[in-house]
Ligand binder design. Sequence first.
Ligand code: KIV
Length: 270
Amino acid sequence: MSKFKDIKKVTVNQIKNMKHKEKIVSLTAYDYTSAKIVDEAGVDIILVGDSLGMVVAGYENTLSVTLEQIILHCQYVKRAVKRGFLVADIPFGYFQVSIEDGVKNCIRVIKETGFEAVKLEGGSEIAPLVERLVSAGVNVMGHIGLMPQMVNTMGGYKIQGRTNQDKLMEDALALEKAGVFSIVLEGVVEGVAKKITEKLTVPTIGIGAGRYCDGQILVFHDLLGLYDDITPKFAKRYCNGREVFLNAVNNYVRETKESIFPEEKHAFLE
Ligand code: KIV
């Protein structure tokens, strides 16, 4: 019998049906302990994002994240999650070479992690790949606007939609036609994100895309105020986790140096 017997998993159909009815809450997670918290809080979509390259591995950007890293962190998260719909981010270099290569890598992730969907950064240029994946039985989440995997060609992290709103709309429609079940809109001006959200039949999930998307996504470490190398305006901090943790570790250091910790109650007396 499953250890998760009374809890129902969120399904792809539920996510699609939430449009116009209920906001979709998404958050990243990268390990067992954090994923347990995220799932218990009722997050609908849990993403193992390639942002792990920055907030977990300490890389400068997401470009060097490997498929093996994503698979490993998905396996950690999978063991914790009873309810949330699980999406694995496919890192740079694993779906750009050819459709065959992309299909093979995405199927490998699904097989080795037990996740329910993959996320791919890219617009109309990846629509043929999305179509092949969907017809092979893989749920795909799109990701357009500010695409961190394009940091080199974009010349930095630039807010999108000021000059290219027609292209963004075309990309969103091409991905919808190819069969994505939802699309992340990252770093898109609010009015453009609103227009795309109104035009699409699949839900949009915003990050730095304003108030009118069908759902929101944040990075776990940003929400908790744990990561301070980059602090984007859109990432609301719900606590100052870094200060809380630093305080606790400082207290441990001080108490140990001063022989305050451990006390008798922490010792095995016989
Ligand atoms: O990698 C990531 O965490 C993401 C989300 C911010 C959408 O792509």
